[in-house]
Ligand binder design. Structure first.
Ligand code: PMP
Length: 282
């Protein structure tokens, strides 16, 4: 297949980066994962906007305009003949002799992207998935979609070892987010999810879900909620680019909603499906 290296689409086997790329050595860069349905990007512009914000926040300037980048990604999808999958895209500060401080001379940021076929998790979305709880040990800028993911990886590995789909992270009593997803509870018909501040990533899927709630008169509270509220919730679900609206039916071996996806979660899955069809066709 093909990959993007800086402004060019080249054979993936030729897309190589230097051993002193700062992304490789320090995780000094940012990334995005964009869903592709029917050969079309879902919320592509929103992902590129967040990409720009993440890179700005660590002082890397995106060397392409949004329209240029969108066109380049569209070309990549077409060349790779991708129908259903994802684009992975990252931007690092570039290649420079190893030193923690940013390079003094101007170095060119390194942009890479590739595509991957990736099915929708239909079975899991229907049945729901189990999760574990784990203390959130990450840094205080979780709003940046940084390549530094060790905290997230350790949490996800703990979930994997417990045979679970996701780790729900909490800082003390407060639930923050999953290792690679946003977390929601439903109580008395109200959807509750952590406000988008420095402690979580502002999910693009979260934005879509909150908009769908607004349009369909489903009440929403964007606020911190506690482990106790999680334990007493009527429904729990997570969201992400790859997992869409995913019911959580078990937490630390305790059943949620009698082990079944709840009605509000199912309603949001239907609305999300319609939104996919609106943007990308049937
Ligand atoms: N939080 C974290 C830590 C994530 O890694 C992700 C997935 N990228 C999300 C939330 C969900 O974000 P999105 O809906 O944009 O995929």
């Amino acid at each position: 297949g093909f990959a993007i290296l800086n402004g060019n689409i080249i054979d993936r086997s030729e897309a190589k980066v230097d051993v002193e790329d700062r992304g490789y050595q320090f995780g000094d860069g940012v990334y995005e994962v964009i869903r592709v349905y029917n050969g079309k990007m879902f919320t592509g512009a929103e992902h590129l906007e967040r990409f720009g914000k993440s890179s700005d926040s660590i002082g890397i300037s995106l060397p392409y305009r949004t329209e240029e980048l969108l066109a380049l990604l569209e070309e990549l999808i077409e060349k790779n003949n991708l129908q259903l999958g994802i684009i992975y895209m990252q931007l690092t500060r570039g290649v420079s002799p190893r030193n923690h401080a940013f390079p003094i001379e101007k170095v060119a940021p390194v942009l890479t992207a590739y595509t991957k076929e990736f099915a929708r998790p239909d079975e899991s979305m229907k049945k729901g998935v189990p999760a574990i709880l784990t203390e959130d040990i990450r840094w205080l800028r979780c709003d940046i979609k940084s390549l530094n993911l060790l905290g997230n990886l350790l949490a996800k590995q703990k979930a994997a070892e417990a045979g679970c789909f996701e780790a729900i992270q909490h800082r003390g009593e407060n639930v923050t987010e999953g290792s690679s997803s946003n977390i929601y509870i439903v109580k008395n018909g109200v959807v509750i999810t952590h406000e988008s501040n420095n402690l979580i990533l502002k999910g693009i899927t979260k934005d879509v879900i909150l908009e769908l709630c607004l349009e369909n008169n489903i009440p929403v509270e964007e606020r911190t909620f506690t482990l106790e509220e999680l334990a007493n919730a009527d429904e729990v679900f997570l969201s992400s680019t790859t997992s869409e609206v995913m019911p959580i039916v078990e937490i630390d071996d305790k059943k949620v909603t009698e082990g079944q996806p709840g009605p509000v979660t199912k309603k949001l899955q239907k609305l999300f499906q319609l939104e996919i069809e609106n943007q990308c066709g049937k």
